[in-house]
Design a protein around this ligand. Structure first.
Ligand code: ZN
Length: 225
């Protein structure tokens, strides 16, 4: 009879003092190190997905499918997907390097988009400053809807756009952050912030995480006769 004994050691500290610690979602044995307390997969199975599958998943991710939808369809867990997305954006140019230079007469439209994490009590606002000439978002931040959020957006605006005129709706938080000489409050009917609002409309239509019943869904409750 031929038998072999495998001694497993902790992947983090090298200790042999391990104990079993349940199974991962794919059935692989998990272990816990009694020295450092870290947990890990005892025998990782290595790359499970073919490059073709990975490319398809990433293409689907750019479409409207949610991360959970991808998990249900392709069996790729959210952590793996986020890792792939992280790998894909490696080497992309820095955001500020993609912006067109500012010109005299440029106007920034400011707006904020509501969303939440886990429950509606934990709300978050995505603030953007969009250049009306180039249609580029020149600054963005995620914060609450207070003056701090507006100030955070202001800090993100690149230096050569900082002296340009700005327009926003009548949300008073903007008043504290954007200088009155260059800022003007406008109603939606004036059309001054249309591009920023349209941008959010597109984002809500394309990203399922930000979807709302007022976007992409028929307002009729049943098919018309
Ligand atoms: Zn250890």
């Amino acid at each position: 009879m031929l038998s072999t004994t495998v001694v497993h050691v902790c992947r983090h500290c090298g200790s042999e003092r391990l104990r079993k610690n349940g199974h991962a979602i794919n059935g692989a044995q998990r272990a816990k190190c009694l020295e450092c307390g870290r947990t890990f997969i005892l025998e990782p199975k290595g790359p499970r997905y073919r490059e073709k599958t990975k490319a398809r998943v990433l293409a689907t991710c750019q479409d409207r499918m949610s991360t959970r939808g991808i998990r249900r369809t392709f069996g790729v867990c959210c952590q793996t997907l986020m890792k792939w997305v992280g790998e894909k954006i490696q080497g992309w140019p820095e955001f500020v390097d993609t912006l067109l230079p500012s010109q005299a007469g440029d106007v920034l439209a400011l707006d904020e988009l509501w969303s939440f994490v886990h429950s509606k009590a934990q709300e978050g606002w995505l603030w953007i400053a969009l250049c009306r000439r180039t249609r580029q978002i020149v600054a963005s931040t995620i914060a609450d809807r207070s003056q701090e959020g507006a100030k955070s957006l202001r800090e993100q605006v690149p230096p050569d756009y900082r002296r340009r005129a700005t327009r926003s709706d009548f949300w008073l938080a903007y008043e504290a952050a954007f200088p009155a000489r260059a800022h003007r409050f406008c109603g939606k009917e004036g059309g001054e912030t249309n591009h920023a609002e349209r941008c959010f409309g597109t984002v809500r239509a394309r990203l399922s995480r930000l979807g709302r019943r007022t976007y992409s869904f028929s307002k009729r409750s049943r098919a018309s006769p």
